[in-house]
Design a protein around this ligand. Structure first.
Ligand code: TNX
Length: 623
C-alpha cells in the first residue's frame, strides 16, 4: 500500500518533469526561493521542513559515493547549525533522505527530484552526480544570510523541485598560461563551477607565454618554457613597455592528478588543452628544432599572435606531440582533449621547405589544408588512446577532421557550420561569453582586454542558434565561457572577472528558455551575492553601476535620459549640477528630458548606502 502510494507520487512527479513547459514557475511573486540556475520545475507549498537537533540524513545502504555526498551535506549543515546531523542507513523521525532508488527515468543522468515537506526532505536521482546537484539546490534553499547560528532551528521551505539541465556540456575555460595561478586557486575555481552545477573545466595549459604542465619526457618544457623574463605593462599598444619580473610556474603531474581527482569528486570533467600548431612559442623556446626556422626563441612577454608555430613538415613535431599527448591522455580521464588550433599564422609554413614538401607529398592545396592535415593526424593518434578531439573553430578551415568537435569562439558561425556538418559543438562566442571583456563602462573597471559584456548580455545568450534545424541543433552539446588572462595577474581579479557572470552562464547552460527570466534573475542574484559574500569571493559589483542611455533629439533641442542597472529594483539618485549624488538628490523614477547643458551623475543605493559606482555623463547643448 505504502509502496503504491510512493509509485503514484513518482509517476505524478515524472509527469511533472515532462510537462515542464506547461507550468509557469519563474518570476513567481511572493516566492521564498532564490535558486540559481533556475530549475526546470518548482512548485511551492505552505509550511517548511525544519532542521533541528535530532534530524538525520538517511541514505541507501552500500553506496560509498552517496555516503560521501551525505557526509559533505552533514558537515555543511553542522557548520551552519552548530549541531550534528548524522548520516544513517535507516532512521525514523525528522529525516533528510538521499536515494538512488525509484527516481523517474525522465530525470536522466543529471536530473534530480527534491521534495521538502514539514514531514521530511527527500532527494532522489538516478546518479550520484545528480544527487550532488540536488545538494547544491538544498544549500540554496537555506537562508543565505549569516543569522543561522543564533536559532536552534533552520527551515527549508516546502517545495517540490524536479530539475534537469538543458545542455550536457556546461563549462568554463581558465587560461593559466598568460598568468599562472597556484593549485589551491585552481581547486577554488572548480568549487565555483560546482556550486553553479557546471560539469566541465577546460584547462588551457600551453601557450606562447608559458607551458604549464610537467611532461616527463621533455623536461625543458617546464625548465625553460614555464618561465618568461618579463611581462607587458598595461594595455597592448604600439609602444610596448615590459617589466623585468620573471613570471611563471607549472603543475607537476602529481598536482595535475590531485586537481583531476578534486574535480571528479565534484562531478567535473577536466578537459586539458594543448595548443597546436600555433600559440606554441613557449614549447619552441624549449625545443627550437620543432619550428620552421630553428629559432632561437624566448617565452613570450607580450600578447597577441606569434608567427612562429610548430613546423608541419618536420616528423619530429609529430613525434614530440604524440609523446606529449600520450602523457596527457594518461593524466586526464576526460574522453575529449582540446588541441587548440586557433590563430595559427601560415607565414612560416609558406616559406618553409619542409612544409612545402609536405604539401606536395600529401597533395594538399595550400597551408590551410596543411593545418587540416596536422589536426587530422593528431586526431588519428588520439583515437588510438581512446580520446576524441575538440578544437577552436579555425579547425574548420581546410576541412574538419572526421571526429572533431568544434568550440565556436569567433561568434557562432563556426558552431553553426560544424553542426550542419554533423559535428559536435560547444558554443563559447566572444560576443557573449568572454569574461576577459569589460563588464561595465571601461572608466569604472580595472584594465580588461576590451569588449563590453554585461551581466545582462551574458544572460541573454541562447546557445542553440535559430538557423539550425531540430536535427542539426542536437549537435550543440553545450556552452562555456572563457577567461583569458592577459590582464589578470591576480587570483582576486580572476574572481572579479568571473563573478557574477558565472551565475548568468550557469542559467544559460542549465535552464530551459521557458524558465529563464531576466527580471527574476536579478531578484535571485541579491541572495546569490550574499552567498558569494559568505564565501569571501571578490565578485564584481558592476551590476549596481548605473547605465545612462541618452537619446538626443536635435530638432527639439531635447535629450532624454534613461537610467538603469543590472540589479534588482535599484534606488537610483542623480544630480545635474556635477555634485555627487546622495539619498537627498533627485530620485530616478522614469526617463527624463534635458533642455540645456548638464552633467548627469547617478548612482544606485540600497538601505541608504551607495552600492554602485557613480556614473557621469555630460550633455552639451551647442547653439
Ligand atoms: C583570442 S579565443 C584567443 C586567445 C586570446 C583571446 C583574448 C582564442 C581561441 N584565442 O589566445 O587570449 O583572444 O580575448
Amino acid at each position: 500500500m505504502k509502496r503504491n502510494r510512493l509509485l503514484t507520487l513518482i509517476c505524478f512527479l515524472a509527469g511533472m518533469v515532462l510537462s515542464a513547459e506547461a507550468q509557469d514557475t519563474s518570476a513567481s511573486k511572493g516566492t521564498r526561493l532564490s535558486l540559481i540556475p533556475q530549475p526546470l520545475n518548482v512548485i511551492e507549498a505552505p509550511g517548511s521542513f525544519s532542521l533541528k537537533p535530532g534530524t538525520s540524513i538517511v541514505i541507501d545502504g552500500g553506496d560509498k559515493e552517496l555516503k560521501r555526498t551525505a557526509s559533505i551535506l552533514s558537515a555543511h549543515l553542522k557548520s551552519l547549525t552548530g549541531f550534528s546531523i548524522p548520516v544513517k542507513t535507516g532512521a525514523k523521525g525528522n529525516v533528510i533522505t538521499l536515494s538512488l532508488k525509484d527516481a523517474p527515468d525522465s530525470l536522466e543522468k543529471e536530473g534530480y527530484l527534491l521534495v521538502s515537506t514539514p514531514e521530511g526532505l527527500t532527494l532522489r536521482a538516478n546518479t550520484n552526480q545528480a544527487i550532488f546537484y540536488g545538494m547544491q539546490t538544498i544549500y540554496q534553499l537555506l537562508p543565505p544570510n549569516g543569522e543561522l547560528q543564533a536559532s536552534n532551528q533552520i527551515t527549508i521551505p516546502a517545495v517540490t523541485i524536479s530539475d534537469k539541465p538543458r545542455y550536457g556540456w556546461r563549462g568554463m575555460m581558465l587560461d593559466v598560461c598568460r598568468h599562472f595561478y597556484p593549485v589551491d586557486f585552481v581547486k577554488q575555481f572548480i568549487d565555483y563551477l560546482a556550486m553553479h552545477k557546471m560539469n566541465n573545466f577546460h584547462w588551457h595549459l600551453t601557450d606562447d607565454q608559458g607551458w604549464r604542465i610537467e611532461i616527463k619526457k621533455y623536461p625543458n618544457l617546464t625548465k625553460t618554457g614555464a618561465w618568461r623574463e618579463g611581462t607587458l605593462i598595461g594595455a597592448y599598444s604600439n609602444d610596448q613597455k615590459f617589466d623585468s619580473v620573471r613570471h611563471g610556474g607549472f603543475y607537476t603531474q602529481d598536482q595535475i592528478r590531485e586537481v583531476v581527482a578534486y574535480a571528479k569528486e565534484r562531478y567535473i570533467n577536466v578537459v586539458p588543452e594543448i595548443e597546436m600548431p600555433g600559440h606554441a612559442v613557449a614549447a619552441l623556446s624549449s625545443y627550437p628544432e620543432l619550428s620552421c626556422t630553428g629559432g632561437p626563441f624566448k617565452v613570450g612577454k607580450t600578447w597577441g599572435v606569434y608567427d612562429d608555430v610548430f613546423c608541419a613538415g618536420n616528423e619530429k613535431t609529430f613525434e614530440f606531440l604524440e609523446n606529449v599527448l600520450t602523457e596527457v591522455a594518461e593524466l586526464f580521464p576526460s574522453s575529449i582533449i582540446h588541441i587548440g588550433g586557433d590563430e595559427s599564422p601560415k607565414t612560416r609554413w609558406k616559406v618553409c621547405p619542409k612544409c612545402q614538401a609536405r604539401i606536395k607529398a600529401e597533395g594538399l592545396k595550400d597551408e590551410h589544408e596543411l593545418q587540416s592535415y596536422f589536426i587530422k593526424r593528431i586526431e588519428k593518434f588520439l583515437l588510438t588512446k581512446n580520446k576524441d578531439i575538440i578544437g577552436w573553430d579555425e579547425i574548420l578551415e581546410g576541412g574538419l577532421a572526421p571526429n572533431a568537435a568544434v568550440m565556436s569562439w569567433r561568434g557562432t558561425e563556426g558552431g553553426i557550420a560544424a553542426a550542419k556538418q554533423h559535428h559536435e559543438v560547444v558554443m563559447s562566442p566572444n560576443s557573449h561569453l568572454y569574461f576577459d571583456h569589460y563588464q561595465g563602462k571601461a572608466s569604472g573597471e580595472p584594465l580588461a582586454i576590451g569588449g563590453y559584456t554585461t551581466l545582462e548580455r551574458v544572460y541573454s545568450y541562447d546557445p542553440t542558434p535559430a538557423e539550425l534545424t531540430k536535427e542539426e541543433a542536437k549537435f550543440i552539446k553545450g556552452v562555456q565561457a572563457n577567461l583569458w588572462t592577459e590582464y589578470i595577474p591576480e587570483t582576486e581579479k580572476v574572481e572579479y572577472m568571473v563573478m557574477p557572470r558565472m551565475a548568468a552562464l550557469a542559467e544559460v547552460a542549465w535552464t530551459q528558455p521557458s524558465e529563464k527570466n531576466w527580471e527574476d534573475f536579478k531578484r535571485r542574484m541579491e541572495d546569490q551575492y550574499g552567498r558569494y559574500d559568505k564565501m569571501g569571493i571578490n565578485y564584481s559589483k558592476s551590476a549596481y553601476n548605473v547605465r545612462q542611455k541618452i537619446v538626443i533629439e536635435s530638432a527639439r533641442s531635447r535629450a532624454t535620459v534613461t537610467l538603469s542597472t543590472d540589479s534588482d529594483q535599484p534606488q537610483i539618485f542623480y544630480t545635474l549640477d556635477g555634485s555627487e549624488p546622495n539619498t537627498g538628490s533627485k530620485t530616478y523614477l522614469k526617463p527624463f528630458d534635458l533642455f540645456r547643458t548638464a552633467t548627469v551623475k547617478a548612482a544606485a543605493f540600497k538601505n541608504g548606502k551607495q552600492i554602485g559606482k557613480t556614473s557621469v555623463q555630460s550633455v552639451v547643448f551647442d547653439k
